[in-house]
Design a protein around this ligand. Sequence first.
Ligand SMILES: Cc1cc2nc3c(=O)[nH]c(=O)nc-3n(C[C@H](O)[C@H](O)[C@H](O)COP(=O)(O)OP(=O)(O)OC[C@H]3O[C@@H](n4cnc5c(N)ncnc54)[C@H](O)[C@@H]3O)c2cc1C
Length: 385
Amino acid sequence: MAQKVAVIGAGPGGLYAAKTAAALGMRVTVFEKKRIGEQIFCAEGFVDILKLLTPPAAGVCFPVKEVVLSALDTFLVDCSRLHLWMLDRQTWQQSLAQEAAAAGCELREQHPVSVAGLKRLSAQFDWVIDASGVNPVAEKAFGLPPVRKAVTAQYTLEGDFSRLAGRLKVAVDHRVCGYGWIFPKGPLLANVGIGWFGRRPPKRRLKEELDAYLEREGLASYKVVKKAGGPIPILPRKPLVVGNTLLIGDAAGFGSPLHGGGIDTACISGILAAQAIAAGEPKEYVKNVGKLILPRLRLEAKVLKLWEQSDIKTLNNYVRSAFPRNGGELPAWRRILAPEALILRAVLGGQLRADWESGIKLGDLPLVPRTVLRKLLEEALNEDY
Ligand SMILES: Cc1cc2nc3c(=O)[nH]c(=O)nc-3n(C[C@H](O)[C@H](O)[C@H](O)COP(=O)(O)OP(=O)(O)OC[C@H]3O[C@@H](n4cnc5c(N)ncnc54)[C@H](O)[C@@H]3O)c2cc1C
């Protein structure tokens, strides 16, 4: 008889888990507390850094070819080799839900799962996948410790964004240990926000930082059509499996410590969780997360640590080392002195690849001294997270 799976939450992670589990022959019920795609707090830039997912079939505003990256100087980063799209997440998630329903999943919207509800589900179903986001039901139900979180504030603004056509803008600033972003969804609408990823000095209010960022970018007079923001989990949880419950996506703490993106890791962890339970081996989930997701997050956590310790001038130098403004080759001494910049270059340049079967490979990095990169990767892998 087919195994029964309950999925809590119909965000990207829950929907990927649901459709994968259904395709693998399981009977899947998804419980979503709102309507699908109803309340999304996100800048809606979707980067599949490891190139493991199929491109989104719906909801793409545009593929991103360039990112304007500013520190003290401004750099134009070629992202054409990245899998990076600007999304309308509502449309995308609704289409994922249709795919899940077509694969046989039962979708129960406006059906919040409480702590007692999770316990009932874990008795009634063979498996439960908790994809309920940054404050997951499983945290309370099983008394799991909270994870480290970045904080963000965001407005969706109406106004003229045509100067950024086809591009995203990211601004590293000395006022925040994090960055500001302008992610246009079209010429007249953009998600504009600010995120704080490092240690936070007392008495700093992010909403005030966001208003000041709008002033600096000349956007203060634009119309605010939505206020969003909120926490992003940036430290993977332990344990990821409790009894017959598997935690995925934000519920598992898989947000990027460097930039806060978590859509890709939510989808990938959803697939891995469904595959592991189809094989009856939840330990496989932990093992494959350790191969495909954690090495990248550890590397990014190392870059964040460096970021926390650096002033804006040093940061500007790292970025300058990673992206020479004339687009030319890097001198050898720079390559060796700024390995973190090289990682940034590898990540943003789309040169970091994963191999689904055998785990992470660093791909071809023609400018990178492999010994340096390998040493960093080894360090990151051995570090106690
Ligand atoms: C301001 C901001 C900007 C961001 N920008 C980006 C970005 O540009 N790119 C990127 O990759 N990531 C971004 N992120 C992070 C990204 O939004 C998350 O990492 C991603 O949504 C995680 O997907 P998920 O499926 O794990 O969780 P979610 O997308 O949070 O989905 C969880 C779902 O569970 C439902 N739910 C919650 N509790 C219950 C319950 N008790 N019962 C039933 N259902 C429940 C929720 O309604 C929701 O539908 C941003 C986050 C923030 C806060």
